[in-house]
Design a protein around this ligand. Structure first.
Ligand code: 6PG
Length: 251
């Protein structure tokens, strides 16, 4: 594996939100074009929460990505109906998917209206069907992730059972999160770690301590679950603002 192919982990610190999202948009567009050129499709896993919202708005243009060849998934979902404002699907649909020509059959939401265990199994079946070659999940071209102030990512929360058996793709969890629905389904770390590219979007002073622990602290993935994300042979990019980076030594 030459230097160019060696998995990269890169920290990009931005002095403005506008710059962060402009560069992030450009990355997503280049990754999408390359994926479609090389493999005929772009497998894109979205995150929830507030941080990706400006990126969704920037991509809400019919020509932003090769939408006809794009398949949209979610890294996690709250167990609420798809029209609930707390639904990650609802957020992405209202800010992005309702404004672009992605074929509805290529939007693979986690069925938040189901009970968590059934939803996890149904989503695992969706992933198996997408992979198609007997694998338990597809290799995502890009997975977007956020970071909680407690170090969680997707719905991999501190203290959660770990490691999940290596062949398990999805997990039903009951999260202790302030003012957000606790019942969730999440992709497991191994699914994120098989992606070609993972991009974390992290903003705000309230994330600074968690980011410093995740990037520079001791490896304690049970306490800081975002440390579990390190793609085996993919690229890991951290798009952070100066406030979130304020406690980093090496920035
Ligand atoms: C969710 C997200 C979650 C989120 C972080 C950061 O369903 O809430 O998947 O993992 O990315 O909690 O959330 P903010 O971007 O709102 O800070």
């Amino acid at each position: 594996m030459n230097e160019a192919e060696k998995p990269q982990s890169q920290l990009l610190v931005f002095d403005s939100a506008a710059a962060l999202y402009r560069v992030a948009e450009g990355y997503v567009q280049r990754l999408a074009e390359a994926a479609v050129q090389e493999r005929g499709s772009f497998l894109f896993a979205l995150s929830g929460g507030s941080t990706p919202q400006p990126l969704f708005r920037r991509l809400a243009d019919p020509h932003s990505l090769p939408w006809a060849c794009t398949h949209v998934f979610w890294g996690d979902e709250r167990m609420v109906p798809p029209d609930d404002p707390e639904s990650n699907y609802h957020q992405a649909a209202s800010l992005l998917l309702d404004h672009v020509p992605v074929p509805p059959s290529q939007i693979h939401r986690i069925p938040g209206e189901e009970d968590p265990v059934s939803a996890a199994e149904m989503y695992a079946q969706t992933l198996r069907a997408t992979a198609g070659d007997g694998a338990a999940w597809p290799r995502f071209d890009l997975a977007l992730l956020g970071l909680g102030a407690d170090g969680h990512t997707a719905s991999l929360f501190p203290g959660s059972a770990f490691p999940i058996a290596p062949e398990v793709a999805t997990e039903a969890v009951l999260a202790k999160t302030e003012n957000r629905p606790p019942a969730r389904v999440t992709l497991t770390a191994q699914v994120f770690n098989s992606a070609r590219h993972v991009i974390f979007l992290v903003r705000g002073e309230e994330k600074a301590e968690a980011l410093a622990h995740v990037l520079e602290g001791e490896y304690k993935p049970r306490q800081w679950p975002a440390q579990r994300i390190h793609p085996a042979d993919g690229n890991l990019l951290w798009f952070v603002d100066e406030a979130a980076a304020s406690r980093l030594v090496s920035k």
